[in-house]
Design a protein around this ligand. Sequence first.
Ligand SMILES: NC(=O)c1ccc[n+]([C@@H]2O[C@H](COP(=O)([O-])OP(=O)(O)OC[C@H]3O[C@@H](n4cnc5c(N)ncnc54)[C@H](O)[C@@H]3O)[C@@H](O)[C@H]2O)c1
Ligand SMILES: O=P(O)(O)OC[C@@H](O)[C@@H](O)[C@H](O)[C@H](O)CO
Length: 539
Amino acid sequence: MVKMKESWQSQFAEHHALEVELPKVETKEIRDRGADSPVWLHFGGGNLYRGMHAEIAQDLIDENELNAGVVVLETFDDEVIDKAYKNYNNNILQVVMSEDGTLHKRLLASTSEAIYANPTNRGSWKRIQQYFESPVLQFATFTITEKGYHLTTTEGKLLPIIEQDMQKGPEEPQHTMSIVVSLLYARFKAGQLPIAMVTTDNFSKNGEKLQNSVLTIAHAWKEKGHVPNKFINYLTDIEKVTFPWSMIDRITPNPSESILKRLTDLGFDDLEIFYTRKGTNVAPFVNTEEIHYLVIEDAFPNGRPNLAKGGVILTDRETVDKIDVMKVTTCLNPLHTALAVFGSILRFDSIAREMRDPELKKLIEKIGYTEGLPVVADPEIISPREFIDEVVNTRLPNPAIPDTPQRIATDTSQKLAIRFGETINKYVLHNDKSAKDLTFIPLVLAGWLRYLLAVDDAGKAFVPSPDPLLDEMQQKLESVKLGESTDNLEKILHPILSNDRIFGIDLYKADIADKVISYFNELIAGPGAVRATLKKYLA
Ligand SMILES: NC(=O)c1ccc[n+]([C@@H]2O[C@H](COP(=O)([O-])OP(=O)(O)OC[C@H]3O[C@@H](n4cnc5c(N)ncnc54)[C@H](O)[C@@H]3O)[C@@H](O)[C@H]2O)c1
Ligand SMILES: O=P(O)(O)OC[C@@H](O)[C@@H](O)[C@H](O)[C@H](O)CO
C-alpha cells in the first residue's frame, strides 16, 4: 500500500512493490533550496505542468543538472494549490499510458513549493517578490491556457479587471498578466536582473503574445506614472528580459476515473480526483502519454540548466515557430478541436473511440492532410507528414489515453483563430489558392455553431464545456432551434462570422461565411442532421 500523503523516502519497499520509479537522488535539500531561492518558477500548476515540466525538472535533478526544485505559482485557481500540492507534499505521481495498456508510474519530487500568487495572499506575496528579486532565478515557464494572456474582450475592449489593474499600478495586480508585470517590476528594482519568461501554452508565436501583454500593461503603468520609462527599457532589452517562443506537445487528459481505479486497485491508498469550483480537474496523479516534444527558443539571458538533458530541444526562433505552426495550426490541434466539437454533439466520451468512427476519422484526415499540410512550412527538424501520421495513426487512436472531446472543447472560442484561422489566412493570401477551396475547415466552424446550441444529434440537451464566450454566443444564437428553419440565419450569424478575434479573420472577407452558413443550415435541419451531413461530405 502506498500513501501519497506520506514521504516517499519512508516507503521505498511499498513503491518498489508497486513498480514506481523513484527519484535517483535524495531530494530534500534540493527542494528546500528551491523553496528558498528557486532557479525555475512555473505559472499555472495544472495537469500539463504536473505531467511534463515536473518530469523535465526531475530528469535534471536526477542528472545533477538542477540543484533547486521548481516553485509553482498559481494565479487563478487557489484550490489547485491546497488540493493537489499541499495535501500531497508537492509530490506528483506521473502515470504514462502506453498503447498496450501498461501504466508506467514515476514519482516526481521536483516541485519545492506551490503558492497562490496574488497580493491578497499577503505573506506569500512578499516571498514571491523575493524570488523575483533573486539573481539565482533564471527563468519562469507558463501553462495558464490561451485565455490567460488576453487583456481584451472579443470587441477589443480592455477587460474590466485589466482596466482596474492599469489604474491601480503594480501594488495590487489581479489579472495574471498584471501579476507577472508587477513581479518583473520587483526584479527591475532589485538591479535590473536578467530573466527568461517562457510561455509553453498552445498557440503560435506564444512568446510574442506574452511579451505584448506584458508591455501593454507596463506602458499603461508608465503613462499613469506608476513605473519609470527605464522599466520599459528593461523589458525590451534582450540582454535582460526575453520571451522565448516554444512548442509543447503531450496529450495530457484530465485525471481519469478509470486510471484512479486502476491505481487504487494496485494499492495506492489515498488518491482522489478534485473538481475545483473554477473548473480545474486535478489529482495527486497525472495521466499522460509517452510521446512528447518541448521545443524552446534558446534565449535565456540569466543562463539555464542543461534542459536538453530533460529532453528539451533548444533552437532558434524561426525553427520553433515552424514547428509550433505545424503542430498547433495543422497536424494536431485543429484535428483535436474537430473531434471535440463533433464528438460532443454525437455524445462520444472518448477520443480514441471517435477515431474508430469512419466519418470522424476521415474528417480529421481531410482537415490535416488535404487542407492543412499543403500550406504549412516544413520545420525540417521534424517532418510534418511523419508528425501527422503519428498523431492520426498512433496517438489519437491509443485506447489507453482517457482523453475526451469535452476536455478539448473547453474554451473553443479562444482556439479557433489559432487552430483554423491561420490556415484560412494562408489560403486567402496564396497566389494559387483561395479559401473557397476549403470544405472541411468551414464544416468544423459550422459544427462549432451547432455545438453552441447545446443539443446533441438526437435532439437532447447537453452541457457544453466551459468557455468564456459561451453565454455571449448562446445569446446571439438563441433564436436558432434544431429542426426549425429560419429565414434570417445570415442576419443572426453575421456578427459572429465577421468577428476576426474569434476566427483570426473576418470570414466574410475570406469569402467562406456563406459556406459556413450553408453547412450550419444543414446541421440544424433536425435530429440526425449532424450525422447525415458528415456522411454527405465524407462518405
Ligand atoms: N493538457 C494538454 O494536453 C496540453 C498539451 C500541450 C499544451 N497544453 C497547454 O497547457 C494549457 C494548460 O493545460 P493543462 O492540461 O494544464 O490544463 P488544466 O485544466 O489542468 O490546468 C489549467 C491551468 O491554467 C490555469 N488557468 C486557467 N485559466 C486561467 C486564467 N484565465 N488565467 C490564469 N491561469 C489560468 C489553471 O489555474 C491551471 O493552473 C493548455 O491550455 C494549453 O495551452 C496542454
Ligand atoms: O490544452 P488546450 O485546451 O489548449 O487544448 C486541448 C488539446 O487540444 C491540447 O491540450 C492537446 O492535448 C495538446 O496540445 C497536445 O499537445
